[in-house]
Design a protein around this ligand. Structure first.
Ligand code: AVJ
Length: 323
């Protein structure tokens, strides 16, 4: 068998029981005056693949800027994280960014966590193949809810949370998640987190309205995902992609705008859609450095170091647990 096709042993932890909770969440969101669906529903296998294409788009600056910062400052980041820690990653996706840190950090255990199960398993096996010395414990988890983490033994714990996925959370929910991360890493742990910065609306809006229409496909794929999982009859052809920067809230809002009056059926319920009405599928909050320091302090983290690029597009914070 060719080396590239060999399956490499990983440990797997199932921490997510999605089916009935998805039906409830979809029903709740579509029964609201302003209809909404949670952004985690983007990430079936197809959605995770489309997101990977987004990360390489010319307009989508966050991934390439963050990777630039990781490359440039990996040694300093590794020194702060320390050797042989338990390294957990939230929303690990394809586990590409962690590769820039692994050699320098030499974690005792690496725990990629993601909601997209098959994508997580495939990515974890590729990582285990490329880093045969690394102990990989993949955990399928919906980190927008609280979860019970298996015990990975004594030692220092660090969380890596790149990509500005924290921006998907309403500020109170972001605080709750950071508090849970603080619990997870304990009193001598740390958090290395990528946070997209506030900036000119034109740069933001073009990043979420790419010319090739990949973000549009990614947005519409949520409806296809719901159709498959819940037997719904969404016609993606009845919706158009929209992304706008809401400066008052400091967030990009992704919407699916309905292009004609119609009705969608899910689990015996009928949901009416009017021409021009929207489903709000995602918020992506942007934070100044000071704002993010405020939020993380409330969660029990002290700022240690922050790295930004020359154009001030993106930030990576290293924070250490306090109290
Ligand atoms: C994965 C949440 C960081 O908000 O930029 C990209 C998702 N949505 N294009 C982001 C996304 C549309 C992305 N995050």
């Amino acid at each position: 068998m060719a080396e590239a096709n060999k399956k490499h042993a990983i440990h797997y932890h199932e921490l997510h029981c999605p089916a009935e909770s998805m039906a409830v969440e979809v029903h709740t969101g579509l029964s609201c005056g302003q209809k909404y669906l949670p952004p985690k529903l983007f990430y079936d296998k197809k959605g995770s693949e489309l997101f990977d294409v987004i990360t390489r788009l010319p307009e989508y600056y966050p991934t390439r800027t963050e990777i630039g910062l990781l490359r440039q400052h990996a040694a300093e980041m590794a020194e702060l994280l320390g050797l042989h820690s338990v390294l957990l990653e939230l929303g690990s996706g394809s586990s590409i960014k962690i590769r820039l840190l692994l050699e320098a950090v030499q974690p005792r255990i690496y725990v990629p966590m993601d909601i997209s199960r098959q994508h997580l398993i495939d990515s974890s096996q590729r990582l285990a193949r490329d880093y045969p010395w690394l102990s990989v414990h993949a955990a399928c988890v919906d980190y927008s809810r609280s979860w019970d983490m298996p015990d990975f033994g004594p030692g220092r714990y660090n969380v890596f949370f790149p990509g500005s996925s924290i921006g998907n959370f309403e500020p109170p929910a972001a605080l709750q998640l950071l508090r849970q991360v603080r619990q997870l890493v304990g009193c001598d742990g740390g958090l290395l987190i990528g946070v997209d910065l506030k900036k000119d609306a034109a740069i933001l809006e073009s990043a979420y309205n790419d010319k090739q229409g990949v973000t549009e496909k990614f947005n519409l794929n949520m409806l296809v995902h719901i159709n498959r999982r819940l037997g719904a009859d969404f016609d993606p052809g009845n919706f158009a992609h929209k992304a706008i920067y809401n400066a008052n809230h400091g967030r990009i809002e992704m919407l699916l705008e309905c292009t004609k009056d119609h009705c969608v059926h899910i689990n015996g319920n009928a949901y009416q859609f009017k021409l021009g009405e929207t489903i709000h599928t995602e918020n992506s909050y942007k934070y100044s450095i000071a704002e993010f320091h405020g939020l993380s302090a409330e969660a029990g983290f002290a700022p240690v170091r922050v790295w930004t690029d020359k154009a001030d597009l993106f930030s990576i914070h290293y924070l250490s647990a306090i109290e």
